[in-house]
Design a protein around this ligand. Structure first.
Ligand code: SAH
Length: 401
């Protein structure tokens, strides 16, 4: 498309005063409504009120994120060639990472949305299967090219394409979940993570997949452990529990989650790794921890990895209060010198804020923390320096006295 024919979206004066255009999300209140209606999915140029060029993106009148920006160079057209080059860049990074780690991972994140300059698409590889999660209309438009590229570049038995209902309704698209290539696996897919075997269910219609972002944190946390007892709160499929048993010499692991399917997966993973010391509890984490404190229970290690607490800016206050409460409870359960592994996956809560909450929680219950490591997601989840929200995962490892 000729550059002169690309429709322009004008940043309004108020937004122009405080927004430098260096963030991939442009919200509806920041722009002047276009004079004539534009199609959802149209390529647009974002400009300042004086007409000067900012960036190129994709427009969606149904979404709160009215324009997603993808190119900050006016020569870049958002065409198939551009898309293919972004995918190639993402693939090259994973190759480089595995070379640097001197290992091969058969489960990893191949594309990480904003972190790979492709806001709205995530691709996870699980052995010979790929799961494509689309969360923006802008990327939905490239789905065919995406699946074609995946099949050309990777030897795959199947590709599951998903546009989950929550995002689909925000983006004005119908929810979608289908194996677009190959057949669904007949049972759980098994892969290895730092010597731990992991089975994940990729069946449609179920909570699927695995939290690959915590891969390195599980191993690091286990390396600080010295056996004893471990409480894994919000355990999902037991990732931290297995690392604790296999690498941390844990003698007793108590894993808690509110989801039955998660606990079944954790049990299955315990069997797969011949871990006999896992006990699971289906419970709400606040209730469970409160009861443990009342019963004066003690652990050598507590892992706390609750779900995302703040999806919107307005939810940040409540999220911080919830993190404070949960951390106050778990810190009380630690023996002197016990290990705390406290995580947050809320992109809206910054690293500084989260570390501050953990420190304040410890102070509130009269305990000192020795912070050993403040970590993020593993290297296949790169962070975009212009999108602080893409640094969503925080993992504080500390000793409590
Ligand atoms: N630690 C896991 C990932 C945790 S994801 C890993 O290493 O893979 C967050 C988990 O919290 C999910 O499994 C979800 O089912 C669980 N969860 C959500 N709300 C909860 C609650 N109120 N109480 C307990 N678990 C909860």
């Amino acid at each position: 498309m000729l550059r002169s024919r690309i429709p322009q979206i004008v940043l309004n004066k108020k937004a122009a005063g405080r927004f430098d255009g260096k963030h991939p999300w442009v919200y509806a209140p920041a722009i002047v409504a276009p004079a004539s209606p534009l199609d959802a999915g149209a390529v647009v140029d974002l400009v300042y009120p004086d007409g000067s060029w900012i960036a190129r993106g994709i427009y969606n009148p149904s979404s709160r994120i009215r324009v997603r920006l993808y190119a900050w160079d006016p020569e870049t057209m958002l065409d198939g060639q551009w898309f293919a080059s972004r995918l190639a860049r993402a693939a090259e990074l994973r190759q480089r990472w595995m070379t640097a780690e001197n290992t091969h991972f058969d489960a990893y994140r191949l594309v990480n949305s904003e972190g790979d300059g492709l806001s709205g698409v995530i691709i996870d590889r699980f052995g010979p299967y790929a799961v494509v999660h689309i969360s923006a209309l802008a990327m939905w438009q490239y789905r065919e090219a995406l699946v074609e590229w995946l099949c050309q570049e990777h030897q795959l038995r199947g590709v599951l394409l998903r546009f989950d209902a929550q995002f689909a309704s925000q983006e004005g698209v119908e929810a979608f979940e289908q194996w677009v290539v190959g057949e669904p696996p007949s049972g759980p897919v098994v892969f290895e993570e730092h010597g731990v075997r992991v089975a994940v269910s990729l069946a449609s219609g179920q909570k699927t997949g695995y939290y690959l972002d915590q891969r390195a944190n599980r191993l690091r946390a286990a390396r600080w452990m010295r056996g004893g007892s471990v409480l894994d709160v919000c355990c999902y499929a037991g990732g931290f529990s297995m690392a604790a048993a296999v690498h941390g010499r844990a003698e007793q692991v108590v894993a808690v989650d509110s989801s039955r399917l998660a606990l079944e997966a954790a049990q299955r993973n315990a069997e797969l790794n011949e871990v006999g010391c896992l006990v699971t509890h289906r419970a709400d984490c606040f209730d469970f921890l409160q009861r443990c404190v009342q019963d004066s229970r003690c652990f050598d290690t507590v892992v706390l990895d609750p779900p995302k607490m703040a999806g919107h800016r307005q939810q940040v206050g409540a999220a911080i209060r919830a993190y404070h409460r949960l951390n106050s409870l778990v810190i009380q359960l630690l023996r002197p010198g016990g290990l705390l592994v406290s995580c947050s996956c809320s992109g809206r809560v910054s690293r500084e804020e989260f570390v501050g909450v953990v420190a304040a929680a410890a102070k509130g219950v009269g305990r000192e923390l020795q912070v050993l490591e403040i970590r993020g997601a593993d290297c296949d989840h790169p962070v975009h320096s212009w999108c602080p929200e893409s640094e969503y995962l925080k993992c504080v490892i500390a000793r409590a006295w």
